[in-house]
Design a protein around this ligand. Structure first.
Ligand code: SF4
Length: 315
């Protein structure tokens, strides 16, 4: 691992999740990508330190998604080693272990989180004292069971274990350039099957959404550009584990061109909010307004920072 190099401003990059945040609330985008930068430093200004702490919050659905992704990555490793796919009960137990661990640290380690937010997993629901309803707990329990069953039953494992299949990456951070901008792409699983097709797998633990299609389209663009794979050899698979459904999507060159143009337009829009684009210095916070969709705020990590302004804007 390289030595830590302090940067006064964050590095400029683009990702699908950055775009999602930009389109839902500009203030949230500001805190997440700029206002929390260097907030881990002991001498950080209090607002920056608070933004950094709040950025670290998770929520119960994210923890479930993360636990499922970890289990999927473990199965990939096992299949690569020629070992059997675990039983659904084993995967479910591992998912529940992760959930219990985060629940416990959220309940017991609040003080440590205030001092060392990067050391403690903390749920938004505990931090803000909102609690987790019985309904939500029931839903999470059901999803833990369903996703574990669907994950082990996925046809992906047989394909991945076939002789001649080549694993390219599993949950690996990578970037590719669009214009001058590094674009992040982290497919859950990428492999080349015995027919020479490059399969991009994205595990989902929530509902079907149009955004998911856009996300895998970006991954297809990444595979085309970074790995030089012709578009007719790229297949994307959205695996909705709790719904037990699967969407197979292929894209044309023209469709990927549209994806590229949309990403470039989004970058342009983001850079319009920079005071100095060469150093990625943002304009003042006031240029990043609070979302008009106030129903988002109660569940937002940065609510503590916006609370007063939100109250003033309704009075
Ligand atoms: S609390 Fe509301 S206005 Fe503030 S960052 Fe979050 S979503 Fe945006």
């Amino acid at each position: 691992m390289g030595a830590y190099v302090r940067r006064e401003y964050p590095e400029w990059s683009w990702s699908f999740s950055r775009q999602q945040m930009f389109s839902t609330c500009l203030r949230r985008y500001y805190y997440n990508y700029y206002g929390s930068h260097n907030g881990w430093e002991a001498q950080a200004p209090s607002e920056v330190a608070l933004a950094y702490r709040l950025k670290k919050l998770s929520n119960i659905y994210l923890v479930l998604g993360d636990a499922v992704h970890k289990s999927a990555a473990q199965i990939v490793e096992r299949v690569q080693e020629g070992r059997r796919v675990p039983k659904a009960s084993e995967v479910e137990e591992e998912i529940r272990r992760q959930l219990r661990r985060v629940w416990k640290s959220s309940r017991d380690d609040g003080d440590l989180f205030l001092r060392r937010p990067n050391r403690v997993d903390m749920l938004h629901e505990f931090y803000y004292g909102l609690g987790i309803s019985e309904d939500t707990i029931a839903k999470i329990n059901q999803r833990a069971t369903e996703t574990a069953q669907s994950l082990v039953a996925s046809s992906i494992w047989a394909e991945l274990g076939e002789e001649g299949t080549r694993l390219i990456s599993c949950e690996q951070f990578d970037t590719f350039p669009l214009g001058e901008t590094p674009v992040y792409a982290v497919p859950d699983l990428l492999f080349e099957n015995t027919q020479g097709q490059w399969i991009i797998v994205d595990w989902k633990t929530g509902e079907e959404a149009e955004d998911n299609r856009d996300q895998v389209a970006l991954y297809a663009l990444y595979v085309q550009r970074k790995h030089g794979v012709p578009v007719d050899k790229i297949v994307t698979r959205l695996e909705y584990l709790n719904l037990r459904t699967q969407q197979v999507l292929v894209f044309s060159d023209q469709e990927l061109e549209v994806v590229e143009q949309a990403a470039l337009a989004s970058m342009e829009e983001m850079r319009g909010l920079l005071r100095d684009p060469t150093q990625n210095i943002p304009r003042a916070k006031e240029h990043f307004p609070l979302t008009p969709e106030r129903n988002r705020c109660l569940w937002c990590n940065f609510y503590e920072l916006c609370k007063r302004e939100l109250a003033e804007s309704v009075s």
